[in-house]
Ligand binder design. Structure first.
Ligand SMILES: [Zn+2]
Length: 389
C-alpha cells in the first residue's frame, strides 16, 4: 500500500499545481468570503471522480463542501478552509493568480490553506479508487469562514448540519509537518475602560485624568501573575496590550481611556481567575486613588483545549510521518487558535498537522513547496488507511 500511495502521489505533481492554481484563482478573501467560488472547483473535482458530497450554505455565497468516501464508523474528518485573508500590499505578482517558481507555488492561500486542499483532493481520488479497503468513513471538508471565527464554516457544520466524527486532522498549523498540535491556549480578549473627569488642561488638579490612571493599571498588568506559568506542552502565558485610546486635545484633561488586551493562558487556569486577578489590582488602585474608576468587559473568550498527547491519532501520524520524511513530529500545545478547538469541544479527538512554513501565512508572496504537498498527500493516505483499517 505504501508503495502504491507513494508512486500515485509522486506522479500527481501537475494535478496538485493545477488544482492549487484554480483554488487560488477563486478570490475568497474574507471578508466578504465568497467561498462558493472555491466550492465550485472542489465540487467539479469530486463529481469527476464519483465522490459523494453535500454543500452547506448558511448564507448565500458562504458555501462549505463535504466529500464522503467509505461507510460507517469510525469517521475521520479532514478540514481545510477555503477562505483567505486579504492580500494587502507588497506582492510581486497578482495574489489571485498562482505562479510556480523554484518548486514552490505562490499566491494568496498557497500555504493557508488551499495548497493543502489541492493535495487532499488529489489523494481523495486514490481513496475513492480503493474505497473497498476502507473500514469506516473519510470526510474531506472545504470549509468557509475560518479566518473570521468559523460561524459560517466548521461551527455551522458541527452545530447545524449534522457533521460529526471520531477523529479529525486539521492541516492548518504549518511547521512543515514537524509538530502535531494537541492543544491550544485559552484566548481571552478584554476591554478595560478608565473613567475620569474633564477639566481645563491648565488646571489638571480640578479633573481626574483617565489616562494617567490607566497608565498605573497597565504598569501593574505588565507583571500580572498567572496561576499556571508553565506546562509541558505549551510555551508560557502571555498578555498583549493591543490598543489604547483616549483623550481629546493637549489642553483637556481626558475623561476616558480604553485599552484592549489579548491574554493567552494555559490549561489549568480559568478566565474567571484571570479577570478576578485584574479586578483585585483595580480595587487596590481605586483604594489608593479614590478618584479613579475602571470597568472591565470580556470581548471574546475561547477556553484552552487539549487532547491527550499520546492519543492514537498522534501515534499514527508520527509513525507515517517518520516513514515518509524520516523525522517524527513532536506533539505540542499551540498559542494560536484553529478549528481543532471547536472539534475537541464536541468530543472529537482533533489535532493539527500539515505542511507549509511557519512564517508563510498571512504575508505577501505567500508560498508553499510542491514536494511538501506531495509528501503530505502520501502521509495522509497512509494515516487514513491505518485509522480506517
Ligand atoms: Zn489557516
Amino acid at each position: 500500500m505504501k508503495e502504491q500511495i507513494s508512486s500515485y502521489m509522486q506522479n500527481k505533481e501537475n494535478e496538485i499545481v493545477r488544482l492549487a492554481d484554480e483554488l487560488i484563482g477563486a478570490n475568497t478573501e474574507n471578508p466578504p468570503g465568497n467561498e462558493r467560488l472555491a466550492v465550485n472547483i472542489v465540487e467539479k473535482h469530486l463529481k469527476t471522480h464519483g465522490i459523494r458530497y453535500d454543500i452547506f450554505e448558511k448564507i448565500a455565497g458562504r458555501a462549505n463542501i463535504v466529500g464522503y468516501i467509505g461507510n460507517g464508523s469510525p469517521i475521520l474528518l479532514v478540514a481545510c478552509h477555503l477562505d483567505v485573508v486579504p492580500p494587502d500590499n507588497g506582492w510581486d505578482t497578482d495574489p489571485f493568480k498562482s505562479v510556480v517558481r523554484n518548486g514552490r507555488i505562490y499566491g494568496r492561500g498557497a500555504n493557508d490553506n488551499k495548497g493543502q486542499m489541492a493535495a487532499m483532493l488529489v489523494l481523495a481520488k486514490f481513496l475513492k479508487d480503493n474505497e473497498s479497503r476502507l473500514n469506516g468513513s473519510f470526510l474531506l471538508i472545504g470549509a468557509a469562514d475560518e479566518e473570521k471565527g468559523s460561524e459560517l464554516g466548521l461551527k455551522y457544520l458541527l452545530d447545524e448540519c449534522g457533521i460529526s466524527a471520531d477523529f479529525a486532522i486539521i492541516p492548518d498549523v504549518a511547521h512543515n509537518m514537524k509538530i502535531i498540535d494537541v492543544g491550544e491556549k485559552g484566548a481571552l480578549f478584554l476591554n478595560i475602560t478608565s473613567y475620569g473627569q474633564q477639566a481645563h488642561g491648565s488646571t489638571p488638579e480640578k479633573g481626574t485624568n483617565a489616562i494617567w490612571n490607566m497608565v498605573e493599571l497597565l504598569n501593574q498588568l505588565k507583571n500580572i501573575k498567572f496561576q499556571r506559568l508553565s506546562h509541558e506542552l505549551f510555551s508560557h502565558p502571555t498578555l498583549n496590550l493591543g490598543t489604547i485610546s483616549g483623550g481629546a486635545a493637549h489642553n483637556v484633561v481626558p475623561a476616558k481611556c480604553e485599552v484592549r488586551l489579548d491574554i493567552r493562558y494555559l490549561p489549568g487556569e480559568t478566565e474567571k481567575e484571570i479577570v478576578g486577578n485584574i479586578n483585585e489590582i483595580i480595587t487596590s488602585i481605586e483604594k489608593n486613588n479614590p478618584t479613579s474608576k475602571f470597568n472591565i468587559t470580556i470581548d471574546a473568550h475561547l477556553p484552552p483545549t487539549q487532547v491527550p498527547p499520546d492519543n492514537p491519532l498522534v501515534k499514527i501520524i508520527s509513525m507515517h510521518s517518520e516513514s515518509v520524511l524520516g523525522t517524527k513530529p513532536i506533539p505540542r500545545g499551540f498559542s494560536g487558535v484553529t478549528v481543532t478547538k471547536q472539534l475537541i469541544e464536541k468530543g472529537i479527538i482533533a489535532v493539527g498537522f500539515g505542511p507549509g512554513d511557519e512564517d508563510q501565512s498571512h504575508i505577501a508572496n505567500e508560498s508553499i513547496e510542491i514536494q511538501e504537498l506531495i509528501s503530505f498527500g502520501k502521509i495522509m493516505g497512509l494515516i487514513i488507511f491505518d485509522i480506517l483499517k
